[in-house]
Design a protein around this ligand. Structure first.
Ligand SMILES: Cc1cc2nc3c(=O)[nH]c(=O)nc-3n(C[C@H](O)[C@H](O)[C@H](O)COP(=O)(O)OP(=O)(O)OC[C@H]3O[C@@H](n4cnc5c(N)ncnc54)[C@H](O)[C@@H]3O)c2cc1C
Length: 730
């Protein structure tokens, strides 16, 4: 598999591979397809005839299973009449590998030089999962249905759920995105998140399938190039490697990333732009309460923001961005503590995720981009992906643009060869590469700009007036005008923006793929008709989540300090809210379900319970949901002892009932209290029988435990949620 595709540098010995022969491939367009969306449902994988370059020398074969509109008679002419055009690709990142697949399928001779394949194989831990959005998935389908099918299969679908921006502090929704309908309305696959390692392995395997095992050469650092006149007339590009070897080709593509050497030689030294942010990142075993409805969230703050995304298999990937000078480092073992200093006051979705990540899995890198450039190509050399347009990661489109680039470049080169009746030597390569640049420049520049704007917005967000200059003004909780206006602008523009980002390249790839809707892309845990409801109503997401509600107090195991600590295990005491439960003083003869160890607390102090859709249940002391205005919620009643109950620091009236929401902080008997109970939601698959209301227990946050049998209704919920019935401790 990978091992044979990833050849060692010792094999990197000669400049030429044997001619590739004739390949019919679907990428050169003939009649554009205008198949309406949702025409049919594709099976999960499409049968594909596999051909290597060697095999292709002798036979004319179709590389991909013919799609109704995909076969191209023009493509049959590619390389029929001469030796194939040879393309050297510097860099086996996403862009370089996708380009290699696309070109090999067109019968080009391809050589990929990669400086360090550990990045592909995954030894380099810094390569976390990547979002491959609908536009890039469509380009992949147009290049190679088999590769696309593998990516679709391996990826975790996030576009089938609600995604969006939230307030970092409170966790409240700011703006939600629907990336599902822009995709399915145009017959595109729905956005996935996939491990970079898996993605690159899928691509490298395809390169091997179509070209043989020696196409990708490891340990080959491209240092420079020059154009030389050939003895036979015309020019070629000579590519120099660090080890002194040189190789010749008709075309050199610099897909060597943000620090590209090809770029430096092509357009001269330009400074990368430090985004102002360092980025901590990690992956943890964690299942947010609303995972069945929410795919990813960006939590906004001032000078800091946090991104969390489902990456499948019970794991969440997160990025914590913090504004500071570049080059900062942390002492070993202190990253989580630093993150909790920065994000510790933010909502549970952020804090719990950080706590659940093992210290050694927290990584850090400074974020750079490059200002847009308008020359990507000169002579026989062109740039692709980050070497041409490294952008801020906020839109999750950097890699997607590299994939689109690869599609465009392969199609432009193929068309040019076909236009010369397959005579590669007759192609004006410089003109084709300029055309490629012109075809990509507008779209890429616009998306580059949007990514910059998204980064600016995410990091300058202020929830309340006074933030950053007056604590007192901030305490008045007047919504910041920037937040209000920004939200309005986003609500008005976002649908069109998403439509263009995800669907703006659709016509371009249409000749080589068929629009379709896949049943597998539909939301798994809720009816698609509820999308609108979740987009419009934040509370409906809370209520529809497959989650238990807890009233729980956390403290650091070693010190007993409230709140819990980053690096020591956290102890929890609390109850699952459901049937009516009494809160009272420790050791009380009333046998409260939740004990509070404080003499200020009454023996029968308060009551908590859940009311279902029917609103049938009520507190045993006759408590009811007065004034809630809605059934199906969680409630707290102060039992009128005069000792006092505080919710979020405000004392509620004696004997009154309040509705509880996730994140609410509840104190009994006094404020401030040494035991602060928080309302938390926990996905049903994480339910733990170790949580009980009489004493503190050490509970792992989000760590996988031994599977245990679920109670029947948990099993149903877990199955609906697409989990394998695995029980995970809190
Ligand atoms: C935190 C973060 C999150 C991101 N999330 C997303 C996301 O969700 N979705 C998305 O689409 N994009 C995302 N991106 C952007 C994405 O990672 C890049 O845009 C993408 O990797 C660019 O692909 P590339 O092939 O152009 O370059 P790279 O992936 O950087 O690959 C370049 C390759 O060239 C090799 N190389 C370098 N120099 C040489 C040389 N001289 N000779 C030979 N080989 C060389 C490198 O080893 C590397 O393998 C994110 C970026 C960051 C920083």
């Amino acid at each position: 598999m990978m091992a044979s595709a990833l050849t060692s540098s010792s094999l990197c010995s000669s400049s030429g591979r044997a001619a590739a022969g004739h390949v019919i491939a679907p990428i050169v367009p003939t009649v554009p397809s205008r198949a309406p969306p949702c025409l049919h449902l594709l099976p999960s994988s499409t049968p594909t005839a596999v051909v290597t370059q060697q095999a292709a020398r002798k036979t004319i074969v179709s590389c991909a299973a013919p799609r109704p509109n995909a076969a191209s008679s023009v493509a049959q002419m590619v390389h029929q009449n001469s030796r194939p055009m040879k393309v050297i690709v510097a860099g086996a990142g996403i862009g370089g590998l996708v380009l290699a697949v696309a070109l090999l399928k067109q019968g080009f001779e391809v050589q990929v030089f990669e400086r360090d394949l550990t990045a592909i194989r995954g030894e380099g831990k810094y390569r976390g999962p990547i979002q491959v959005q609908s536009n890039a998935l469509a380009a992949l389908e147009a290049i190679d249905p088999e590769v696309a099918a593998e990516v679709l299969r391996e990826g975790c679908i996030t576009g089938d759920r609600v995604n969006g921006l939230c307030d970092g502090l409170t966790g409240e929704w700011y703006v939600k995105f629907d990336t599902f309908h822009p995709a399915v309305n145009k017959g595109l696959p729905v956005t996935r998140v996939i491990s970079r390692v898996t993605l690159q392995q899928v691509l490298a395997r395809a390169v091997e399938r179509y070209g043989g095992p020696s196409i990708i050469q490891n340990g080959c650092c491209v240092t420079s190039f020059e154009e030389r006149v050939k003895a036979s007339g015309g020019t070629q590009v000579v590519v120099n490697l660090e080890d002194g070897r040189e190789f010749t080709a008709d075309v050199l593509i610099g897909a060597d990333g943000i620090w590209s050497k090809i770029r430096r030689q092509l357009i001269g030294e330009t400074k990368a732009n430090y985004s102002g942010y360092t980025c901590y990142t990690g992956i943890s075993d964690f299942t947010p309460a609303d995972i069945d409805i929410v795919g990813y969230r960006v939590f906004l703050g001032n000078g800091q923001y946090f991104v969390s995304s489902d990456v499948g298999n019970g794991k969440m990937q997160w990025y914590g961005f913090h504004k500071e000078s570049p080059g900062g480092t942390d002492q070993e073992g202190t990253r989580k503590a630093r993150l909790l200093e920065i994000f510790g006051q933010w909502n549970d979705n952020v804090v719990d995720l950080i706590k659940a990540t093992p210290e050694e899995d927290v990584l850090r890198r400074d974020i750079f981009d490059r200002p847009p450039i308008f020359t990507w190509a000169k002579g026989r050399v062109a740039l692709l992906g980050d070497s041409a347009h490294a952008m801020q990661p906020n839109l999750g489109q950097g890699g997607c643009m590299a994939i689109e680039d690869a599609y465009e470049l392969a199609i432009d080169l193929s068309k040019a060869v076909a236009a010369r009746s397959g005579d590669a030597a007759a192609v004006d390569v410089g003109e084709v590469l300029r055309q490629y640049q012109a075809n990509r420049l507008m779209r890429v520049s616009a998306i580059h700009g949007m990514a910059g704007m998204a980064a600016f917005m995410a990091s300058t967000y202020k929830c309340y007036l006074g933030e950053g200059w007056s604590k007192w003004v901030e305490s008045l909780r007047i919504p910041h005008p920037g937040r209000v206006i920004g939200r309005l602008v986003m609500l008005l523009t976002m649908p069109a923006v998403l439509d263009w980002v995800l669907g703006g390249n659709t016509d371009h790839v249409a000749p080589n793929r068929v629009s379709y809707c896949s049943l597998g892309d539909k939301p798994k845990a809720f009816a698609e008709s509820r999308f609108g409801e979740f987009m419009a109503d934040d509370a409906s997401i809370v209520h529809a989540s497959h989650a238990d509600w807890l009233l729980v107090s956390e403290r650091t195991a070693a010190t007993g300090a409230a709140g819990g600590d980053a690096n020591s295990s956290c102890e929890c005491k609390g109850i699952y809210m459901g049937e009516s439960a009494l809160v009272g003083r420790s050791g009380s003869p009333a046998s409260p379900a939740l004990w509070v160890d404080d003499v200020h607390v009454h023996e029968r102090h308060a009551q908590v319970w859940r009311e279902g859709e029917s609103g049938a249940s009520s507190g045993s002391d006759g408590a009811s949901s007065s004034g809630s205005g809605s059934s199906n919620g969680f409630f707290l009643k102060d039992l009128g002892t005069g000792r006092g109950t505080w919710v979020n620091g405000h004392r509620i009236a004696d004997g009154s009932t309040v509705r509880l929401w996730p994140g609410d902080a509840v104190e009994f008997g006094r404020h401030p209290s040494h035991e602060v109970f928080k309302v938390k939601m926990q996905h049903v698959t994480l339910r733990s029988d170790e949580l009980q209301g009489t004493r503190y227990n050490t509970l792992l946050v989000g760590k996988v435990r031994e599977p245990k049998a679920l109670v029947p209704e948990q099993q149903v919920a877990a199955e609906q949620a697409g989990f394998g019935g695995k029980l995970v401790a809190a």
